[in-house]
Design a protein around this ligand. Structure first.
Ligand SMILES: C[S@@+](CC[C@H](N)C(=O)[O-])C[C@H]1O[C@@H](n2cnc3c(N)ncnc32)[C@H](O)[C@@H]1O
Length: 350
């Protein structure tokens, strides 16, 4: 009986425990296809410069590699800290109770975001838990708590985004009816379950790609491509949870905006004028590593332009096509609409 149990535990697919989100541009749906290409490269260390949801990093960590993540969004950083860098620390029941039961006088969220995304009761819950997270002095436990709170808000929120106020897209999903408190408790469990040790020392970073002075055997680039057809402003989409992760420290809310968002972080990749130079300097910086780049067909630089940039720095450049229909969150994703058919590519430069 006992030995059976061990067998079952060992056969658990680590990646199936990844706490996924509907993060814009997430490679969740194509990670297995990407792996079919990446697995043939020789690498022990892996740098994910634009980690986003961290799905790629978590997958590669599950393959036993030393993973280094980076993203300028704090929500991405805390997820990475909680389940990529962290190999053994979990948030226990006493600490969860401390977060849930310690009274707090804080009212910033209730006052600033009244009637925008959540009910008054939910806002006070967020005020209380966010304040109590500061009582925890372990960086990994704190990262689990912040990530669980962020994912709870994303799950409870129609479409998981904060570009509109009210419940416009309330589709009656179970996740929307479930209380924020229950979402949070379940998410602490989900993040705890996702913690594992792959025998290497992984690391999470939270800086601009252009300021990251670390490299690895294989460097993976998945920047937000400029596209005239779609929005790639991460802060605009996720400002509320990003603010929550940072406790709005150092952020200036633009009070004239209906959504009460703060000013977007500047990224050279999201503007047509600066994207080319940004690619050149990033690829130049990592030219001694193998480089993998995710790319989708309706973006700038074009596929040919990006191939040429990569060829300036790497002697062997291959482009793999991974067909995939994106759901960008607009109304075009209804079945059969060809306008939303984006081809996804993986560039490999060695
Ligand atoms: C396409 S998403 C990455 C998605 C990720 N591969 C996944 O599977 O979830 C691009 C990410 O780049 C981040 N980002 C944009 N500009 C950046 C910059 N200059 N430096 C660091 N991160 C940046 C955004 O916050 C976003 O998370």
């Amino acid at each position: 009986m006992y030995s059976n149990q061990i067998e079952i535990e060992e056969s658990v697919d680590q990646f199936s425990l990844f706490p996924g989100t509907r993060y814009m541009g997430s490679k969740n749906k194509i990670i297995y296809k990407m792996w079919e290409t990446l697995r043939h490269l020789e690498f022990e260390s892996f740098l994910d410069v634009f980690a986003g949801s961290n799905v790629v990093s978590y997958f590669i960590k599950a393959k036993g590699k030393e993973v280094i993540t980076n993203d300028f969004m704090s929500i991405s950083y805390y997820f990475a800290k909680a389940i990529v860098e962290n190999s053994s620390t979990i948030l226990n029941d006493d600490e969860l109770n401390l977060l849930l039961e310690t009274p707090s006088e804080k009212s910033f969220i209730s006052e600033t975001f009244r009637d925008l995304y959540f009910t008054e009761e939910e806002n006070s819950f967020l005020d209380q838990v966010r304040a109590n997270i500061e009582l925890i002095d372990n960086e990994y436990k704190k990262a689990i708590a912040i990530s669980a709170l962020v994912r709870a808000c994303m799950k409870k929120r129609p479409r998981g985004i904060f570009t509109f106020i009210g419940q416009r897209y309330d589709d009656g999903r179970k996740d929307i009816r479930k209380t924020l408190r229950d979402h949070f408790i379940d998410n602490v469990q989900d993040f705890n379950n996702a913690v594992f040790d792959n025998g290497t020392v992984c690391q999470a970073n939270n800086t601009l790609s252009q300021d990251l002075n670390i490299t690895a055997d294989l460097v993976y680039l998945d920047p937000p491509y400029y596209s005239p057809k779609s929005d790639n402003d991460y802060v605009r989409r996720y400002h509320f949870v990003e603010g929550l992760a940072k406790n709005w420290e150092g952020l200036e809310i633009q009070n004239h905006t209906i959504t009460k968002k703060f000013k977007s972080y500047p990224s050279p990749f999201s503007k047509r004028e600066s994207a080319f130079d940004a690619f050149h300097s990033l690829i130049d910086r990592h030219k001694n590593s193998a480089i993998a780049i995710s790319y989708s067909s309706n973006s700038i630089p074009t596929k040919e332009e990006l191939t040429n940039i990569l060829k300036e720095y790497k002697s062997d450049v291959k482009v793999y096509e991974i067909d995939h229909t994106y759901s960008f969150g607009n109304q075009n994703h209804k079945t059969g609409n060809k306008s939303n058919r984006v081809k996804e590519y993986l560039f490999i430069g060695t």
